[in-house]
Design a protein around this ligand. Sequence first.
Ligand code: SAM
Ligand code: SF4
Length: 459
Amino acid sequence: MKGGGSRTRITTLHIAEKYDLRVPRYTSYPTAPHFSAAVGEEQYRGWLAALDPAEPISLYTHIPFCDSMCWFCGCYTKIVGRYEPIHAYLVTLHEEIRLLAAALPARLEARHMHWGGGSPTMLRPDDWLALIDLLRAHFDVTADAEIAVELDPRDTTEAYVAALARVGVNRVSIGVQDFDPEVQAAINRDQPFAVVERVCGWLRAHGIQRINLDLMYGLPHQTVERVLSMVDLAVSLDPSRIALFGYAHVPWMKSHQKLIDEATLPGAAERWRQLTEATRRLGELGFHAVGLDHFARPDDGLSTALTSGRLRRNFQGYTTDEATTLLGLGASAIGSLPQGYVQNAAPLHDYSRAIESGRLPTARGIALNADDRLRRRVIEELMCGLAVDLDAVCADVGGDAEALAAGLGRLTPLVEDGLTHIDGHRILVTDAGRPFVRIVAAAFDAYLDVGEKRHSRAV
Ligand SMILES: C[S@@+](CC[C@H](N)C(=O)[O-])C[C@H]1O[C@@H](n2cnc3c(N)ncnc32)[C@H](O)[C@@H]1O
Ligand code: SF4
């Protein structure tokens, strides 16, 4: 027993450190660092005009404001202490909605609306009413549309939750990260458990039953024990989904992360243990593992989409949204269209200046070629279902499975370590390999500059 235990520990350390690589999260393919100014407003307008009026679309709106900075934060946001900049932004956002609607070939149906940030809860209740009314004026928002909001529980009152419910919000994702006071102090996010518990109660009382909690591992001072008690506390709130993100420490891109003392960060092996133990505990507590970092109750849409092969991955992570077009609104928002990806200008002054002069604020993007579409499909299948059959994908979208399989040699170490099985052109990521699925996906990434520092750790 003893010998087996220590052998397991050595193997664990070995694997965690061996695969401590930096790879993209693949919320798109090609990934955002490969977008360029070669795609601008003119091309985007052409893509919009060519959309099929019979196809439903989805909308993502970015609200890039928060009232205090969490030191771990990797999102595009700006700290504001006053409401005036938010008001000015909303005036511009309203104009962007009108410009975008005017560029479409018809009034399109919208079945999903996602509000992210930053903290969309920086908006006032009246702002929600005005924005959702405007979107309803320009799009056919279906009666059963999913209207999802990322919610900072520290900004939220019961009156606020009631206002969200009134405008039709029916799904929320609450930023928790961890409940432990020492961890919270080290990330500048004071948020007692009782605050989150109260918000969950208000949401349910006002009919918003679909609740996701965002948790993180790999944060300063986190240990396996603390991560497990974080998971237990989260599950006690009875969410339908939990997202468990590995802290992406990229201080070369997000300078406020330098405020985190690196000596307090768990190393590669400890991160791996936190993830695997949390995954095990969530399984014991009745959650299905979905893709890289999501967990869902068996009756939640993510679990059923996974079982039926309809799970998708987009910029918001894992989703049941099957629309082929996601239109992005707001500074830095990314859109995904059949022809390719576009991203709005991120600096607020660039974003506003474009719209004030009657232009869509498209700053960059990428047009997809046939090889991109093929690899995108392979990578999405891997990231969602942890398996792909290259022959089936090539038969469906066209392509040469033999040429795709040329990259499989790179996976030999993962096969030897029992993290991946390869059977001809079929690739299957094992349960043990789930944390490393980004590395398997990266074997099909034709743009990847191996070892580039800009990405976060694989686990
Ligand atoms: C836009 S925030 C959620 C809404 C709201 N701003 C809040 O924090 O309550 C999106 C989520 O991204 C995750 N996140 C942010 N920075 C991250 C990082 N550096 N690494 C991993 N996950 C991160 C956090 O779990 C966070 O809840
Ligand atoms: S984690 Fe959320 S609240 Fe904190 S700074 Fe980032 S976007 Fe704002």
